[in-house]
Design a protein around this ligand. Structure first.
Ligand SMILES: [Zn+2]
Length: 69
């Protein structure tokens, strides 16, 4: 699995050897401890997960939101 070096957006420390594909882009900074997610490495699409948990009437609303994105 490929590892990445990623700069913490909070404190600017470069965290090395991160397995972002395994964590879906999430990393915990080794210096400040903040947990952040790299949009670049995010693979999960959130919209379908929302659709599964919404009632039928809410689905129409979510569909329109998805189109807006
Ligand atoms: Zn940090």
């Amino acid at each position: 699995m490929k590892s990445y070096d990623l700069r913490c957006p909070i404190c600017g420390t470069v965290n090395r050897g991160l397995y972002l594909e395994e964590t879906d882009g999430w990393m915990e900074c080794e210096k400040c401890g903040n947990v952040t997610q790299s949009m670049e490495h995010r693979q999960t699409v959130l919209i379908p997960l929302i659709l599964k948990t919404q009632s039928r009437s809410d689905n129409n609303r979510v569909d329109r939101l998805a189109v807006g994105i």
